[in-house]
Design a protein. Structure first.
Length: 426
């Protein structure tokens, strides 16, 4: 599961291979190669009180920053470097040292070094390890930036802010978002299915990734709300048996299999079948957009997953963003750098390279990116509760047993919920 989510950080080209989609309204000076302007001065009230929010003074000093965009090819890395260049041009007294770290080593390297009081001042990445690093005391509490980020010009979505929050405090400065929706071929599925009944009527044309080792429990998440179910209550106890919703979702998938829907152990197999025409659509994330757009061109479209009798589809939605090392001697400077990076002129550069901005006012130009970006605010903020660690295996196995063995969904959910609570000491 974490590997699946971490894949979202590697994009390539205008439509993403990992992590988000392209975007861009009319090019701003920064996206045309000009320097980004600095944030306008903010009053304490506007900036959330103690926030060192945007100020008119030029930034001076030195920062070390880690990123992992080199693994995704030139587009994403070039965009990041361009934005850093914009900020340095606007702030001649600022020295920034950027280190490209292989993504597979990014979190472990940071945790090892930050745990000994060293490491970079900040790094940018998905929120995979956010809860663990925050609870280890490795990250700076940036709650003071919350009001600033929600206001213009940053206009950060509530979904992004909530997913960046651990135990009531914000430890990530959101930059972009990701979630899964329905990719489909408009030439073979002329009307996009919107409801669970629509899906059943088109079952033989659709696919679903369910394998426990292929992130099945991740793709399943959006379906819980469609049937009125949920996994965690406010105390961190498993809530999947409080209503029939989670079991109803599994039962619907069993019915869809009986009706002819195709099931896959991993998303690469589903992608191959969509490209070949064996299926007309399946649920996946923007990291597949590059290959699918290249193969299907303007026949490719994206819509929300199925709404159901219990409500709308709400997939797990999580941000990429900046983390500031608790050991940094340059915390205020790191915050100011992040705010300048997130200015619309700079975010447009990243959007054009494949990120779905957390800024709700930045509109992508690529149609697939537009669709994903429009759906992000409706997602379910990825929980940062520590109890979620014991969700993946238990409910991934329940899903696989429901599809492969046809076991009772009610029994499977009760067993998974009990095991999850036991592992969490509930």
């Amino acid at each position: 599961m974490n590997a699946k989510l971490r894949m979202v950080s590697t994009l390539a080209g205008v439509a993403m291979i990992v992590g988000a989609c392209t975007g861009g309204a009319t090019p701003s000076p920064a996206s045309s190669g000009g320097a980004a302007s600095q944030p306008a001065a903010s009053s304490p009230a506007e900036s959330g009180g103690a926030s060192p929010a945007a100020s008119a003074a030029a930034l001076t000093g030195s920062l070390t920053i880690w990123e992992a965009y080199g693994a995704s090819g030139s587009a994403e890395k070039d965009a990041f470097d361009k934005i850093v260049g914009n900020i340095k041009t606007a702030n001649p007294g600022l020295n920034v040292t950027v280190t490209d770290v292989p993504f597979n080593n990014l979190f472990s390297n940071f945790e090892t070094q930050a745990g000994t009081g060293s490491g970079p001042d900040m790094y940018i990445a998905p929120n995979d390890s956010l809860p663990n690093e925050a609870r280890q005391g490795l990250l700076v509490d940036v709650t003071d930036l919350s009001a600033t980020l929600k206001a213009a010009p940053y206009n950060t979505s509530d979904v992004a802010i909530n997913a960046a929050t651990v135990d009531g405090k914000m430890y990530e400065i959101p930059e972009s978002m990701k979630a899964v929706e329905l990719f489909y071929n408009k030439s073979t599925l002329t009307t996009a299915p919107a409801t669970t009944d629509d899906w059943k009527a088109n079952a033989s044309k659709l696919g679903w990734v369910y394998g426990a080792n292929g992130g099945g429990a991740y793709y399943l998440w959006g379906l819980y709300s469609s049937f009125g179910g949920k996994i965690l209550d406010d105390s961190g106890k498993c809530a999947a048996t409080a209503t029939s919703g989670v079991a109803d979702g599994l039962k619907w998938l069993q019915d869809m299999k009986a009706a002819g829907m195709h099931f896959y152990q991993n998303d690469n197999d589903a992608k191959a079948d969509l490209i070949s025409g064996k299926i007309a659509g399946f649920i996946d994330g923007p990291w597949q957009s590059g290959d699918l757009s290249k193969a299907l061109g303007d026949k490719l479209a994206v819509v929300a997953g199925p709404s159901g009798p219990g409500g709308a589809w709400a997939p797990m939605t999580a941000p990429d963003g900046f983390y500031i090392n608790a050991s940094s001697q340059n915390v205020d400077l790191a915050k100011q750098f992040a705010l300048q990076f997130l200015l619309p002129a700079n975010e447009q550069v990243f959007a054009d390279a494949g990120h779905l901005p957390a800024n709700t006012t930045i509109k992508p130009t690529d149609p697939i990116a537009q669709s994903f970006a429009a759906l992000m605010p409706s997602g379910f903020p990825r929980p940062t509760a520590k109890e979620l660690n014991n969700y993946w295996g238990n409910f991934g196995n329940a899903l696989a047993a429901a599809i492969d063995k046809g076991d009772s969904p009610t029994t499977l959910v009760a067993t998974a919920c009990s095991a999850m609570d036991k592992a969490n000491g509930k």
